[in-house]
Ligand binder design. Structure first.
Ligand code: NAD
Length: 259
């Protein structure tokens, strides 16, 4: 039997990268999906990919900004109206922001990155937890980062937001465990998604693949992770099998965090 038969999974940032890979994985395993992203065109592409990989999957698409609290309340309500429940929530949308040393890091940039990566994750938890508490079950997986566990440099907003995501995970995990709801964060290292490709191209537009190779040289496994590898982890963590994993953060980084 499939782990997600009869289950409803809500995913933000579902139009690309880790969100899309996770959507495909849980759809193949039987999930009904509510997919949220700012980019409606790319959301449609995700839907087509799901239709190929899992023709029977029921999918709704919601164009919304996770940094807009009212929009978050609406995407949660819309999901419950359509499917009646939320079993798994992949609270994943995020941006990297421009890289700069702290003194040159723009204040507006800082606020923008924190608004999306931290406030957006908080709003999502706030509304989804209400639903899951009432159900007496559910799993939330928040996307943090290696940059939420240790310093990486030149990423003030990103580091603050991702450390904050780990904090929210631990705080709410100890509150909601008693209702059968578990909350965890994942901390991906360098995974080759459009986000990472974009930041490599920002560093060196003509030679970004070479830069990419140098970039992973310090990684114990000397390669980028693949979005589908994160999809396997996120699917497990969103499933009932991972219910006892709570208030903690799981790295998926080839060993980078502990080097
Ligand atoms: P991506 O850019 O490929 O996908 C992110 C998606 O989120 C995009 O479709 C984008 O449109 C959407 N999004 C951005 N801002 C949004 C907003 N305000 N509201 C709604 N949707 C929004 O990036 P990715 O690599 O898949 O990143 C997903 C998550 O993983 C992010 O939180 C990122 O910080 C985190 N992460 C990625 C890596 C990596 O190496 N790729 C490493 C660590 C953490």
């Amino acid at each position: 039997s499939n782990r997600f038969d009869g289950k409803v999974v809500l995913i933000t940032g579902a139009a690309s990268g880790l969100g899309q890979a996770t959507a495909l994985q849980v759809a193949k395993e039987g999930a009904k999906l509510s997919l949220v992203d700012l980019n409606s065109g790319a959301l449609e592409e995700t839907k087509s990919k799901i239709a190929e990989a899992a023709p029977n999957a029921e999918v709704i698409l919601i164009t919304a900004n996770v940094a807009d609290e009212k929009a978050v309340e609406s995407y949660v309500n819309e999901t419950v109206e359509k499917f009646g429940r939320i079993d798994g929530f992949f609270n994943n949308a995020g941006i990297e922001g421009k890289q700069n040393p702290t003194e040159d890091y723009g204040i507006e940039e800082f606020q923008k990155v924190v608004d999306i990566n931290l406030n957006g994750v908080f709003y999502g938890m706030k509304y989804v937890l209400k639903v899951m508490k009432e159900q007496g079950s559910g799993s939330i997986v928040n996307t943090a980062s290696v940059g939420g566990i240790r310093g990486v440099g030149n990423q003030s907003g990103y580091a603050a937001s991702k450390h904050g995501v780990v904090g929210l995970t631990r705080n709410s995990g100890i509150e909601y465990g008693q209702y059968g709801v578990s909350i965890k964060a994942i901390a991906p290292g360098a995974i080759m998604t459009p986000m990472v490709e974009g930041s490599l191209k920002q560093m060196d537009p003509d030679n970004w693949e070479e830069v990419g190779k140098q970039f992973v040289e310090p990684n114990p496994m000397k390669r980028f992770g693949k979005p589908e590898e994160v999809g396997y982890l996120a699917a497990f963590l969103l499933s009932d099998q991972a219910n006892f994993i709570n208030a903690t953060v799981i790295p998926i980084d080839g060993g980078q965090s502990y080097k």
